[in-house]
Structures are given as structure tokens and as C-alpha cells.
Design a binder for this molecule. Structure first.
Ligand code: CAA
Length: 381
């Protein structure tokens, strides 16, 4: 990727790589087994300024863009995908829309605390009956005096267990359906009436927090409306255009870890009197993994670059996520196959990578949703 990185991005990449190798790689198996992140990881991310990577400097952030975030997320996810998704959601699904759609008062109130990691953000869109069909959401917010009163249940909320700020998508126009009549609300985590469910027991990314969040008569001031009334669906979709670049970067990071593990193992493991890496069957697998990963990274870079230029990046982000997540799963499958029976045990971390890779084709829009976004974009022209 070096050819696309200027001096600043190279420094950011090197910093993220040393941090991930020193602090995350040794913890990744523990995060997976204990089902949560070590507390110290939150502090280390704060020290490096990674919670506020894309938040402007005037609000305490590092003031970098989506390209920098993509570079960092690849390195972080190469080491620990549980930390990776935590950081991706916080930056791209909370920090980014607050910066883009928030009022000056909202920015001043939340961005410094999001930058320092004092407050962790969570994005609440999905509901039991509104997954891929996000426009079907039913959580309501009725206006009562100077407040909104929120009622409903959100599911699969990443960072739910440790969030100090929920960005909640609600129906503010009773009687509407689909994308119309939805608004985005900033709901402080300590608001009375919020009940956070037990952490979900997941196949992979087990160290990240995924919970249900129930809102029962939760009152938030009307000034907590993000953007305009009934413009929330557009905000949700625009925000996901950014978030999907983060998940695509995650996929590239996981895929790269799979390739590296496969190269190492194929040099060490001997069969038929020589290292298995000398067999063409293995070399071809490694070559296909490397080629797809390079292509996936280029798609990620293109989408991040477009977003940094302020261009609409829906199609580019969807292409990056679709291809990178398929690539991560391809690499995980091939790497595990190269490891043979040993790869199917916890003696090698490829079994964790195999489980971690799977979610990249599901969250922030399943692969078929990405295809819908791409198809609509190319046929609308
Ligand atoms: N940017 C700005 N506006 C957009 C937009 C975008 N990217 N995409 C759509 N819109 C606008 C449209 O222009 C349209 O506006 P008008 O009515 O004014 O024309 C409006 O939004 C409705 O758009 P659609 O008609 O395309 O809406 P739809 O109901 O057909 O849905 C969809 C489209 C792509 C299927 C969408 O529902 C979708 O992305 N679904 C997947 C949801 C998803 O990704 N969920 C992830 C949950 S978050 C998560 O996983 C995070 C985590 O914790 C890790």
C-alpha cells in the first residue's frame, strides 16, 4: 500500500502497526476467550489519540481523514478484530455524523469526550424487525414539551455495553413508514429508562460488546436532535457509507493476518520431505490471497479518498465492503486449509481469524445489501 501513502499516512500506519503488534496481538486470544476487551486497551487507544482520529483538532481529535482511519483500522484489525470494530464504530458511526450533522453546541458537548475516549459511542439503527430493511424501524420519539420521549428496542448494538452516548434512529412522524419520518437523536448513556441487555455470545469478534438496548420513556431534550427533524434516514445511510469503509478495512486486516499466518506455517510445516510452501498447490493459494487482498485494499483506499474529498461514496464504499469481506473469508478459509487439522484447533490463531472474518459479510449491511446499493447506483446513471 506504500505507493498510495504520503509521509503523514506512513507515520500513522507505522504508529498503528507498532501499537497493534505490541499491545493488541498479545491480547487478541484473551479478548476472544474472556468475551471483552482488557480495560488497559481503552487507555492505550486514548494515549495514541485513536478514539478521536477523525475528529477535528479544535475538539480534541487528531483531525485526520478517512484514509488515515482506513490505514489504522487495517493494522488494528490485523491484530485484534474485537478492538477493531469497537474503534471503527466509535469513529465512523458516531464521531463522524456528529462532526458532519451536529450543531456547534452538540459538537462542543460531545466531540472532546469522544476524542479522549471518556465517552464511547454506539449506533442504534437495527431493531428485531428492521435489519436489512432499516427503513422499517419502529422505535418512536414523541415530542412532549421541550423533550423527546423515546420508546423501543434496538438490537445488535456494537459498543452497547460500554457506551456513554447512543445515536438512536427513531420515528418522529407517527403514521409514516419506510425512510420518511425518521430522525436521529443523541441519547446520553446515563439517561433514565435505558436498559442495556446482556452481551451476545458471538461466533467471532467476541471481545467486542454487542447488546440489545431498550428505551422506555427515555426523555432527551429537543436540542439533542441531530440534523433536521425527519431527516434521520439520510443521516443513517450517509453515516453507513463511511462505516462500511471501516468494516472493509477490518476485512483487509483480518485477511492479511490470515495470509501472514499461512506463509509462516507453509515454511515451517514439512510433508513429503519438504516444507509444504514448496508445493505449487500451496503457492497458488498464497498468490490468490495476496492478489485479492491488494485489490481489496485499493477499493478501500478509493472509497476513503472519495469520502475525504467530500464526494458521495455510497457505491465505492459498498464495493469495498463487498469485495473486502469476501476476500477476508476467502483468505480465512484458505489459511485454515493450509494449516490442516492444526488450524481447526486453538493451537493456531487462524481459527479465531476464521470466526472473526465471518461477520464482515454481515454487519453494516450484508453483502446482498451492498449489491443493492451498487446496482442502484450504476443503473440510476
Ligand atoms: N446517502 C444519503 N441519502 C441516502 C443514501 C445515502 N447513502 N442512501 C439512501 N439515501 C436516501 C435516498 O436518496 C432516499 O431519499 P428520498 O426519499 O428523498 O429520495 C431515502 O434515503 C431512502 O432511500 P432508499 O429508497 O434507497 O431506501 P430503502 O428503504 O430502499 O433502503 C437500503 C435502502 C440500502 C436497503 C438500506 O435500508 C440499507 O442500507 N439497509 C442495510 C442497513 C444496515 O446497513 N444496517 C447496519 C446496521 S449498523 C451496524 O451493523 C453497525 C455495527 O454495529 C457494527
Amino acid at each position: 500500500m506504500d505507493f498510495a501513502l504520503n509521509e503523514e499516512l506512513t507515520l500513522v500506519r507505522d504508529m498503528a502497526r507498532s501499537f497493534a503488534e505490541a499491545e493488541l496481538l498479545p491480547r487478541a486470544t484473551r479478548h476472544d476467550r474472556q468475551g471483552t476487551l482488557d480495560r488497559e486497551v481503552f487507555e492505550k487507544l486514548r494515549e495514541l489519540g485513536l478514539w478521536g482520529l477523525t475528529i477535528p483538532e479544535e475538539y480534541g481529535g487528531a483531525g485526520l481523514g478517512n484514509l488515515a482511519l482506513a490505514v489504522v483500522l487495517e493494522e488494528v484489525n490485523r491484530a485484534c478484530a474485537s478492538t477493531g470494530v469497537t474503534l471503527s464504530v466509535h469513529n465512523s458511526l458516531i464521531g463522524a455524523p456528529l462532526r458532519k450533522f451536529g450543531s456547534e453546541a452538540q459538537r462542543r458537548e460531545w466531540l472532546p469526550r469522544l476524542s479522549s475516549g471518556e465517552v464511547i459511542g454506539a449506533y442504534c439503527l437495527t431493531e428485531p424487525n428492521a435489519g436489512s430493511d432499516a427503513g422499517a424501524l419502529r422505535t418512536s420519539a414523541r415530542i412532549d414539551g421541550d423533550d423527546f420521549v423515546v420508546n423501543g428496542t434496538k438490537v445488535w448494538v456494537t459498543n452497547g455495553g460500554w457506551a456513554g452516548l447512543f445515536l438512536v434512529y427513531v420515528r418522529t412522524e407517527p403514521g409514516t413508514s419506510r425512510a420518511k419520518g425518521i430522525s436521529a437523536l443523541l441519547v446520553p448513556g446515563d439517561s433514565p429508562g435505558i436498559q442495556v441487555g446482556k452481551p451476545e455470545k458471538k461466533c467471532g469478534i467476541r471481545g467486542s460488546s454487542t447488546t440489545e438496548v431498550e428505551f422506555s420513556n427515555v426523555r432527551v431534550p429537543r436540542s439533542n436532535l441531530l440534523g433536521s427533524l425527519n431527516d434521520g434516514f439520510r443521516i443513517a445511510m450517509d453515516t453507513l457509507d463511511g462505516g462500511r469503509i471501516g468494516i472493509a478495512s477490518q476485512a483487509v486486516g483480518i485477511g492479511r493476518a490470515c495470509l501472514e499466518a499461512a506463509i509462516k506455517y507453509s515454511k515451517e510445516r514439512e510433508q513429503f520431505g519438504r516444507p509444504i510452501g514448496e508445493f505449487q498447490a500451496i503457492q497458488w493459494k498464497l498468490a490468490d490471497m495476496a492478489t485479492r487482498l491488494d485489490a481489496a485494499r485499493l477499493l478501500v483506499m478509493k472509497a476513503a479518498w472519495m469520502r475525504d474529498r467530500g464526494e458521495r461514496s455510497s457505491q465505492a464504499a459498498a464495493e469495498a465492503k463487498l469485495f473486502a469481506s469476501q476476500t477476508a473469508n476467502f483468505c480465512a478459509d484458505e489459511s485454515l486449509q493450509i494449516h490442516g487439522g492444526a488450524g481447526y484447533t486453538d493451537h493456531f490463531h487462524v481459527e479465531r481469524l476464521f470466526r472473526d472474518a465471518r461477520i464482515t459479510e454481515i454487519y453494516e449491511g450484508a453483502s446482498d445489501i451492498q449489491r443493492i446499493v451498487i446496482a442502484r447506483a450504476i443503473t440510476a446513471r
